[in-house]
Design a protein around this ligand. Structure first.
Ligand SMILES: [Zn+2]
Length: 333
């Protein structure tokens, strides 16, 4: 079955990829995502597009190896782009960092002998950033009903749980999300502290990962703000303090940064400059596209993998840069 899928994807993707090789020459493609789940669990998750199915990821890494793509760190991607080296390379980075980065993703990448970059929001292992989206999703997964304010929501099916997640999350999203979540936890008997550590990555896990030569650690702020919405001093503090916190806690020189949210409204030229001032060597956005020679290293493009796009042909579109070109045409950058 897996081989058939690979073959089917190849009939679409290979001719496009060959044409892209002739036209584009050396290039890098940086992928990013947040969480992962095994396929049986993935299909039940209320916010499943936030997760990659580990079976699909396994298949994709096999496909990339077979297709001659080299898997590199961000450090190496930046070096290759600056030196205009030949070849095709990919990088995978995870933003925020949850417990599954340690439990599922690091082992999977190790099996493929592939590097993995973790852009850590330090408020997660420090326990200071409320993971309301993870706690809400977990509560919906386990219960037959939940109370939200005065309302009681019945959860009879997986579709109900998905619908409830999206309506509650969109009503909470914003500066008061943590307050809404705290009230929700009280109303539904949820231990907020225990829920946090069920989903957060811990410093112990990060210390172990930081010793793995395949793991590259980068920063992703302390509190996960939209940097463009902050004044320069506050934005710079988020950049500098997250770098210092990781350096001190893990004994590393953290050189790479990823902007929270990362689209064009979320970070701009001022923020690229602040990342440089904060002492980083590169900064990555979530704007689709390829790393070609001469790429500015403080606005690296990255292609977000949506968990719903579980097919190799969709990934091949990223590898050829077609999704980036399409995003620019329709203004979704
Ligand atoms: Zn993030």
């Amino acid at each position: 079955m897996k081989l058939m899928l690979l073959a089917a994807a190849s009939t679409v993707a290979v001719p496009i990829a060959k044409a892209a090789d002739r036209m584009l020459g050396p290039r890098g493609c940086l992928f990013t995502f947040h969480r992962a789940a095994p396929p049986d669990r993935w299909s039940r998750l209320p916010n499943r597009n936030f997760y990659i199915d580990t079976a699909f990821l396994d298949e994709f890494l096999t496909y990339l190896r077979a297709g001659g793509w080299q898997m590199v760190t961000v450090e190496e991607a930046v070096r290759r782009s600056a030196n205009a080296e030949s070849g095709r390379y990919v990088n995978f980075s995870i933003d925020d960092c949850y417990r599954d980065s340690y439990e599922l993703l690091a082992p999977l990448f190790r099996r493929h002998d592939a590097p993995l970059t973790l852009y850590v929001t330090t408020g997660i292992p420090d326990g200071t950033l409320p993971l309301w989206w993870a706690g809400l999703e977990d509560a919906l997964l386990d219960r037959d009903r939940v109370c939200v304010g005065e309302e009681r929501i019945e959860l009879a099916s997986w579709d109900d749980r998905r619908a409830a997640y999206h309506s509650i999350a969109s009503s909470w999203d914003g500066p008061d999300a943590a307050t809404h979540y705290a009230a929700f936890c009280r109303a539904n008997g949820i231990d907020r502290e225990a829920m946090h550590w069920k989903h957060a990555i811990s410093w112990d896990m990060l210390e172990e990962l930081a010793r793995d030569p395949l793991i590259e650690i980068g920063a992703h702020t302390i509190n996960h703000p939209r940097l463009s919405s902050l004044d320069s001093a506050t934005a710079l503090a988020e950049l500098e303090q997250s770098r210092k916190r990781l350096n001190a806690r893990l004994g590393l020189d953290v050189r790479h940064f990823a902007f929270p949210y990362g689209r064009s409204g979320d970070c701009g030229p001022r923020d690229f400059e602040l990342a440089r001032q904060a002492g980083f060597h590169s900064a990555a956005t979530s704007r689709k596209g390829l790393v070609l020679r001469g790429q500015d290293q403080f606005s690296l493009p990255r292609n977000t993998i949506n968990g719903a796009h579980r097919n190799l042909a969709a990934m091949a579109m990223h590898l050829t840069g077609l999704t980036g070109a399409a995003a620019r045409i329709v203004g979704r950058v």
